[in-house]
Design a protein around this ligand. Structure first.
Ligand SMILES: Nc1ncnc2c1ncn2[C@@H]1O[C@H](COP(=O)(O)OP(=O)(O)OP(=O)(O)O)[C@@H](O)[C@H]1O
Length: 282
């Protein structure tokens, strides 16, 4: 894909939203969203259930139209099936009878890539798949039927599938769920390495910022149509979160971890403790 340059010859941002607005019927999910994310940046996308985090990823994938504004990936207006994006979707178990081996699933991430025809092309493709499997520690089950693998094993394959095509932008929807601590570290390290060596921009949706906090350059925090975009030090403060949630929220730093007090969420917590648990913070 050719990369258009701006008038001053600079490379375009990996991701750019200008005044983007999404509405479902009469409900405005968010409006006037401006984001400019250069290659190599790691952005955590936070917010309570239903605040529109997954919808933002769907917008970037060209699966969800915006009602106003512009959305560009690598300088091109997004379209469904566009190149250059790797996507780790929110986890759903793969049905047991899906007739795919682990390496076939990873290979799907190369569909649409032109690696050449004939034996040479097939070899290049196989090598890329082998490397991606090895990177997530999945070589040992490369030939297993995917439906028989555990949730964590399947998740590592999704990560390999998203990375195998060398994406310019990597969209991750809670990719650490159901991974044990060792594999959470493997996967975060892999994503971090990719953005450092290949300049891939990362948008990482999560309810739990602490495992990735050292990697995060900026945070996009969405709450009920309001949003804030900035460094963790700018966004993860009592003042900013109290404004966003329109209630008193306290952000504490405890041994390099962020503890958000006063925000109750159903389902998950992003380093948050509900008021009844406040005393737990050591
Ligand atoms: N196609 C659609 N039509 C109508 N409403 C939709 C559609 N897609 C999403 N929504 C609504 O938009 C809101 C945001 O959904 P989204 O999945 O983006 O939230 P989220 O922040 O990722 O939530 P979670 O943390 O629970 O995963 C939800 O209330 C959802 O029901």
């Amino acid at each position: 894909m050719t990369r258009p340059h701006s008038a001053d010859g600079r490379e375009p941002a990996a991701v750019e939203l200008r005044g983007a607005t999404v509405r479902f019927g009469t409900r405005t999910l968010w409006e006037g969203l401006d984001l400019e994310i250069p290659g190599g940046e790691f952005v955590a996308v936070l917010g309570p259930n239903g605040s529109g985090k997954t919808t933002l990823l769907r917008v970037l994938l060209g699966l969800q139209p915006v009602q106003a504004g512009e959305v560009l990936v690598d300088g091109h207006h997004v379209r469904r099936g566009g190149e250059g994006i790797g996507y780790i979707p929110q986890q759903k178990a793969i049905p047991e009878d899906v007739p795919l081996r682990a390496r076939d699933l990873v290979g799907l991430g190369l569909d649409g890539h032109h690696l050449g025809l004939g034996l040479g092309g097939r070899r290049r493709r196989a090598r890329r798949v082998d490397e991606a499997l090895a990177a997530v520690g999945a070589t040992g089950y490369a030939h297993a039927p995917v439906g028989r693998l555990s949730g964590g094993e399947q998740q590592r394959l999704r990560v390999a599938q998203a990375l195998v095509g060398d994406p310019r932008v990597l969209l991750c929807d809670e990719p650490l769920l159901s991974l044990d601590l060792a594999h959470q570290r493997t996967v975060s390290r892999l994503i971090d390495e990719r953005r450092r060596t290949a300049g891939t921009a990362v948008l990482f949706v999560t309810h739990e910022i602490n495992p990735i906090l050292p990697l995060v350059d900026r945070v996009l925090y969405l709450v009920d149509g309001r949003f804030r975009f900035g460094t963790p030090d700018e966004v993860m403060t009592s003042e900013t979160l109290s404004e966003l949630y329109r209630t008193d929220v306290e952000v504490l730093r405890v041994r390099e971890r962020l503890v958000v007090v006063g925000v109750e969420e159903s389902g998950h917590c992003h380093g948050a403790v509900a008021p009844a648990e406040e005393a737990v913070a050591p």
